[in-house]
Design a protein around this ligand. Structure first.
Ligand code: CA
Length: 415
């Protein structure tokens, strides 16, 4: 062998010995050490026009990624709760909306083929001079709530009569109602005093009504009044005529007060504002109590004046008693009718062993309220009956009274 051949043989031997990798044999990784790198699959980057063959692992990775993205989308950041004052101030004024349509408009939407809706629009146009094209446009936006909203089912749980009053009371005499009442009173003391001077209704009873109705505007309802009243007025059901009248009054209120009918929200029955008036109550009892030029029942001052006016027009007696507890001897009271409708004289009750534990009118209503520790007997005066004109329920009026008294006690104690 010449010298060149010897060198070439050595090079070949070296390559064979070390596998031609340039690494030492100890550095070669065995099969179990090999890490498979899976490219991240971005679903949005996948070409949409041709199918892509994915391995099982890639498919798995893609599905995890899609699930994560869905989860992110479905969990929006919780919005801070809006306060009623902000909502009230944000209510757009309809004066920017001219109540006329600049072009012909036909009725579309959920009530497009509803003869009752068409008839209603014709009547409103003919009798109240509201532009028919505007009304067509307005009611084309109205939603049939039966298609999109299922009212919460009433609890099928059956309670006994015992403790009935306690359960009702606990619903309205919560810390939120009581503390909220004290704050509301502080914020609106001047208006409440003015209403007391003018209408004779003490502040605590106005606060009690607004607390029980909406927790001072914290719970004014979330349903568009246009939708709730249209559904009840135009779809067959109970009291269609009643709700057609409420819808009419609602539109007339929005027009006269410069409120946008598409932006007003209320209860599922169409009750509106802090005081939850039905729209038909607006004209006889609504008051522009802050003299802003319009009565806005979503505004605390106007709601205060309107509640006081409602009571005054139902003959609230200034300084008159509302409710007092009564003592009983014997079981004579157990056979008596308990209702806000039935009147008794104090002398008749005395013969039955029932006596008021405080100042009371001579003619009263007798209330027997069931608690878990026995019956509570109450006697209601004329002003108690006036509160039942707001809501025809003895328990409602007693809850308003007790909330009123509790808020008054805390308000005076905090001054
Ligand atoms: Ca006003």
């Amino acid at each position: 062998m010449n010298r060149n051949k010897i060198i070439l043989a050595m090079v070949v031997l070296l390559i064979v010995a070390f596998g031609g990798t340039g690494c030492s044999p100890q550095e070669v990784k065995n099969d179990t050490d090999i890490v498979t790198v899976i490219p991240t699959v971005e679903p949005s980057n996948l070409p949409s026009n041709k199918p892509v063959e994915l391995t099982t692992i890639e498919k798995k990775n893609a599905s995890v990624l899609i699930a994560e993205q869905k989860q992110l989308k479905s969990k929006p950041k919780p919005k801070p709760k809006q306060r009623y004052v902000q909502q009230a101030n944000k209510l757009p004024h309809i004066r920017k909306v001219p109540w006329v349509s600049s072009r012909p408009y036909r009725l579309t939407g959920d009530f497009a083929h509803n003869s009752s809706a068409r008839k209603f629009i014709n009547t409103m146009s003919r009798s109240y001079g509201i532009d028919g094209n505007y009304l067509n446009r307005l009611f084309s936006q109205a939603r049939d709530l039966r298609k999109i909203y299922t009212p919460p089912k009433k609890s099928t749980r059956r309670y006994g009569k015992i403790g009935r009053w306690t359960r009702y009371r606990n619903f309205f005499l919560t810390p939120r109602h009581i503390n909220g009442g004290v704050n509301f009173w502080r914020q609106n003391a001047a208006t409440l005093n003015k209403a007391y001077q003018q209408y004779g209704v003490p502040p605590e009873y106005i606060v009690g009504i607004l607390g029980v109705e909406t927790i001072y505007g914290g719970n004014i309802g979330k349903i568009r009044v246009l939708d709730s009243l249209s559904t009840k007025a135009f779809r067959s059901g109970r009291r269609q005529k009643f709700f057609r009248n409420e819808l009419k009054k609602f539109l007339l209120m929005a027009k006269s007060e410069g409120l946008n009918p598409t932006s007003l929200v209320g209860s599922s029955a169409g009750a509106i504002g802090l005081c939850q008036f039905m729209p038909s109550n607006f004209k006889p009892f609504g008051v522009d109590y802050d003299r802003s030029g319009s009565c806005n029942l979503w505004h605390p001052k106007d709601a205060i004046g309107s509640v006081a006016n409602y009571f005054k027009k139902h003959n609230w007696r200034r300084g008159g008693p509302v409710l007092v507890r009564a003592s009983t001897t014997g079981n004579g009271y157990k056979s008596m009718t308990t209702s806000y409708k039935k009147k008794y004289s104090l002398s008749h009750l005395a013969r039955k062993g029932i006596r008021p534990q405080g100042r009371m009118d001579n003619i009263v209503r007798f209330l027997r309220m069931s608690t878990y520790s026995g019956d509570e007997i109450w006697l209601g005066g004329h002003n108690f009956y006036v509160i039942t004109r707001y809501n025809h329920d003895s328990r409602y009026a007693l809850a308003v009274h007790q909330l009123a008294q509790e808020v008054k006690r805390r308000y005076r104690g905090s001054r």
